[in-house]
Design a binder for this molecule. Structure first.
Ligand SMILES: [Fe+2]
Length: 204
């Protein structure tokens, strides 16, 4: 699998390029702010951008969707509850295929209702659900700390320790991590009951 993390814009966003080595079919995940840079990288790698996939509908993750879609004839893929224009609506457990690369959709609401994580070839794109050393905020419109608890502990922390974590923002001490490292070091993932987690998230 071809995989690149690309820093874009002034909000420390990460966009990602995922591609299939044989067919050169690719997806850009969360294209925003510096679409030309993402396009140039795909062109340089000889990739054909078939999909735009968004981890969630916040502006700083979807801002470049239409430009990428139009330029490449790519389809926009988002969770079925997303209010943003899409060609393909996905739900938990769906698989997006890029040649031999299989991208699994994991619905992880909490930061916002339409948030998904994407798992491909041992790499987990965690958007604004999980950062290196932090979890996403739940105090924005559509945020839900109870849903965040379920997403983190029932959807992500059940994954293998070796799975690599690639967040939607560069907020941590490193640009990527693993499920095992986050399980051990991320203070938001300490063993807590749901009530304890809700109290923790309500603290300033
Ligand atoms: Fe966000």
């Amino acid at each position: 699998m071809i995989f690149e993390q690309v820093a874009v814009g002034t909000f420390q966003n990460f966009a990602y390029i995922v591609g299939d080595e044989t067919t050169k079919k690719a997806a850009i995940i969360d294209p925003a702010w510096e679409v030309d840079k993402l396009q140039e990288e795909c062109d340089h790698l000889g990739l054909k951008v078939a999909y735009v996939i968004n981890t969630h509908s916040h502006h700083d993750h979807v801002e470049g969707n239409e430009k990428v879609a139009k330029r490449n004839g790519a389809k926009v893929v988002m969770h079925q509850t997303s209010p943003v224009r899409k060609d393909l609506a996905v739900k938990d457990g769906d698989i997006i295929e890029l040649g031999s690369v299989r991208i699994k959709v994991i619905h992880t609401p909490g930061h916002c209702p339409d948030h998904i994580c994407l798992l491909a070839d041992g790499k987990l794109l965690t958007g604004d659900a999980l950062f290196v050393g932090e979890c996403g905020r739940t105090d924005l419109s559509g945020g839900d700390p109870g849903a965040m608890y379920d997403s983190l502990f029932q959807k992500l922390m059940i994954l293998d320790d070796k799975i690599e974590v690639y967040p939607g923002h560069d907020y941590g001490p490193r640009t990527s991590s693993t499920i095992g490292e986050e399980r051990r070091n991320n203070y938001t993932l300490k063993n807590r009951t749901k009530e304890e987690f809700l109290r923790f998230m309500a603290e300033p």
